[in-house]
Write a protein that binds this ligand. Sequence first.
Ligand code: BES
Ligand code: MN
Ligand code: ZN
Length: 522
Amino acid sequence: MNFELTKLSLTQAASQKCDLLVVLVPEGIKPGKDAVSAVMAQALKSGDLEYKAGKNLQIYASPLIAARRTILVGCGDGNARSVRQACAALAAALKGPSIKKAVLVFAGKATGEAVAAAVQCVAEAAYVYRTTKTKGEAPALARVVIGVEDAAAVKAAFTTATAIAEGVAFAREWANRPANHATPTLLAQAAKGLAKGGITCKVHGPAEVERLGMGAFMAVAQGSEQPLRLIELRYNGAAKSEAPVVLVGKGITFDTGGISLKPAAEMDEMKFDMGGAASVLGVFNALVHLKPAVNVVGLIPACENMPDGKAIKPGDVVTSMNGQTIEILNTDAEGRLVLCDALTYAARFKPRAMVDIATLTGACVIALGNQRSGLFSSNEQLAARLQSAGDAAQDLCWRMPLDDEYGEGLRSNFADVANVAGRAGGAITAAKFLQRFTGDIPWAHLDIAGTAWKSGAAKGATGRPVGLLIHYLLGEVGVAAPTRKSTRVAKKVTGAATTAAKSAPKVAKTAERAPRVARKMV
Ligand code: BES
Ligand code: MN
Ligand code: ZN
């Protein structure tokens, strides 16, 4: 889809030739003397149109408006959230088979965040999965013009938003593809396809992964006919000497649970278990367009988790890349097994920070539902940066605790660590398992089990958290790396910092650039 940003008054909007004109109407708007304003004022007065976000009124073939169809839509206070609601209400109209060109005009002042919300929401509405369907039309919408009073003021936000929209669509597409159309090999090919414009991609197969000693990753893959792939993407936007951010995406292309087999109901949704990997691919897709001055490494351990004569069995002990032995008490807790070796491997890039993204636990869905991703981090600055990136992108997450006591349930009588603890606090114990493989590198874990896809009638991938990650990476440009703390300090800070993260985003922003203040706060 082609987005365009332009300065547009309501008078000019009325003369725009297009299939659909959307007028975003915020509270307290003072209608002018143009044709659109006249209709708007009349509709508001009569109560046929309301300011409430999403309330809308359609007009067809008005002699005073060049657009074939016009929709006036309330957007409440005009902030990002309300604009999102307003655009979401128009999803069906935007998908119409005869809507090729749409013009969205902000009747009031438009902030960068509001413009970004509009771009993302329109792109989201227009995406239709078609890859494995023989019928079903592509959405007609090819051109979207965003009209605002002051285009220069929102240009940067607009550019970021269009890149995110592409990244999100790419992530959705790969996550939506069924497991037989998105094998580890095909996922690696998709990653190779991104290798252009400053991006390189290396793919490691089973032999190299064995040479690296990734015993935990290999253990998960051994039950599948599909060979594993370790995908390594690199984007160098800054000097070679600059430490990169490493993103690690869980790439289980299908999770049956293995010998600890999952129940049949909704098992199809486990094709989305590579949502973390898809988000990493989406981020690299967006980086090509944005070219920020940061270095980024993307790592994707990709394989299937299958039951088989060769599959791992509950009780099996395997040796991870960093030498720790792991007792696999439940073969369905496979995500942490592939991630722990990828996190060990990540250390060789001497990262300024590493962030893993994973559809890791059903427990996280129970804890946070489908609105916010779970955020776990051993580093206060990193946590604050990710939290505010999520706020800025409207791709929200929520800080979860990492107290060491949570890790106690992972004790094993037969190995250094078990891959599961009890049912209680399952999202946290999974994070504690991962933390054992991060050393003193600033690390964060995003559990996207509840946010990477939707179930039910709207079943499909969301492309989250591409928006959060892109905003985070853009925020890293020209900013000092998060400071490493000794484990003792980090431990002390953890509990109280959870409270800090719950307060307003403003607090998080302060913490972002002023670590001393953040520490005092605690
Ligand atoms: N991929 C699942 C997590 C998941 C489950 C995400 C349902 C979204 C919806 C993961 O591999 C898994 O199976 N986790 C287990 C862990 C348990 C065995 C400790 C879970 O959450 O049940
Ligand atoms: Mn599983
Ligand atoms: Zn899984």
